[in-house]
Design a protein around this ligand. Structure first.
Ligand code: NAD
Length: 369
């Protein structure tokens, strides 16, 4: 029997609604042609929600998100909301959603599609075939640790301070996510911290090692100082399969790894919580106000985020693989949105990219039949 999944769609601002339109088209197509059903709900987030409800994430919308199997988000923000109060700025809606659902694991794949190998700033022979997954702890560490603040010292100087802190359970739960994912990929985890100079890093290394020895000794584990990891990502990025790291180092290393692939319009992400909590899937890029409404946005990052939802929240890795292959094919055929345009290729619009992808899926299905 065909299983129906509940999708909560939050297009957001700027190019968000444009790229999300292509996801909706794809979901409708899958509902008609594959053995899967979607019950979709949709509402505002970010600036659009400020306009509609006065807040960047309305409580009623949050409750509907909780009831979904997966949440797909476009992007939030734009210059028109730059001067609203800090607590109700568009990004606050996204942060609230992540916090309320306790989405502690951020997954950022860095995948180099063959057709885009020249878009990387590194040499093709270094990045060809690259497929890394960075698992970043998202709800702990120095961004949330207490005490924090800026104080005035007796001599009149100021002192700004933050606290890097991780508990055993916080480390073990992100470690489990990384090891479980590695088992479905290259079976290799590289854990990154600064155990040489930070106690929180020392504990991180001890706990990841203990978790590995207890439950995951079949997975290859190595440890690396985060600064060395930053260098290795540029020197020999294909040595990595899954990288697991804390909130701060993950923030930096995931952006570095993303740039190995060369294009913001191609990068998906997922944020996962405990079992039974819906995952949040969103492109890495922002709302791109400079190109909004012009049909120039690349929808593939959001489409690939939807593919991640199929794989991680809806247990349909087969359909995710099919979509990823269709992306590969469409790029190989030379069809490109302006952001990834190259000599000899054909420039197409957001909408045409969505159509080309579906045409590719239709072809794959016809060949398989
Ligand atoms: P951005 O990612 O929106 O844009 C950076 C550059 O990349 C722009 O030139 C843009 O045109 C281009 N770009 C981005 N996505 C693209 C796509 N899919 N196709 C083609 N080109 C694309 O970053 P920014 O300009 O720094 O921020 C714009 C707004 O987005 C700000 O309000 C910012 O706060 C917000 N933002 C939101 C998120 C999010 O929703 N998660 C993330 C980053 C930035």
């Amino acid at each position: 029997m065909t299983k129906t999944h509940r999708l909560m769609i939050l297009p957001g601002d700027g190019i968000g609604p444009e790229v999300m339109a292509e996801v909706k088209k794809l979901a409708e197509w899958l509902g008609r042609h594959a053995d899967i059903g979607f019950e979709t709900d949709e509402d505002h987030l970010g600036g659009a929600s400020i306009e509609a409800y006065g807040v960047p994430l309305a409580d009623a919308v949050l409750e509907r998100c909780r009831r979904a199997d997966a949440i797909i988000m476009g992007a939030v923000g734009g210059p028109q909301w730059d001067h609203v109060d800090y607590n109700i700025r568009p990004e606050a809606g996204l942060l609230k959603l992540r916090k309320e659902l306790d989405l502690f694991a951020n997954l950022r794949p860095a995948l180099v599609f063959d057709a885009l190998v020249d878009a990387s700033s590194l040499k093709p022979e270094i990045v060809r075939g690259l497929d890394i997954l960075i698992v970043r702890e998202l709800t702990g560490g120095v961004y949330f640790g207490e005490p924090r603040g800026i104080e005035t010292l007796p001599d009149g100087q100021k002192r700004g301070y933050n606290t890097q802190s991780y508990t055993t359970s916080e480390i073990r739960r992100i470690g489990r996510v990384a090891f479980d994912l590695a088992r479905k990929r290259g079976n290799h985890v590289c854990s990154c911290e600064k155990a040489n100079v930070m106690e929180s890093g020392k504990l991180w290394r001890e706990e990841i090692t203990r978790l590995h020895d207890e439950n995951y000794s079949d997975v290859t584990l190595n440890h690396m100082y985060a600064d060395n990891c930053a260098m290795q990502l540029l020197r020999n990025p294909r040595q990595f399969d899954v990288i697991v790291t804390d909130n701060l180092f993950g923030d930096i290393l995931s952006d570095e790894a993303a740039m190995l692939t060369g294009s913001l319009g191609m990068l998906p992400s997922a944020s996962l919580g405990a079992d039974g909590v819906p995952g949040l899937y969103e492109p890495v890029h922002g709302s791109a106000p400079d190109i909004a409404g012009q049909g120039k946005a690349n929808p593939l990052a959001t489409i690939l985020s939807f593919a991640m939802a199929l794989r991680y929240s809806l247990d349909r890795g087969d359909l995710a693989n099919m979509i990823e292959k269709a992306v590969q094919d469409v790029l190989s055929s030379g069809m490109r949105t302006p952001d990834i345009m190259a000599a000899g290729c054909t420039e197409i619009s957001t909408d045409a990219m969505g159509d080309a992808l579906i045409a590719g899926l239709e072809k794959t299905m016809a060949e398989a039949a």
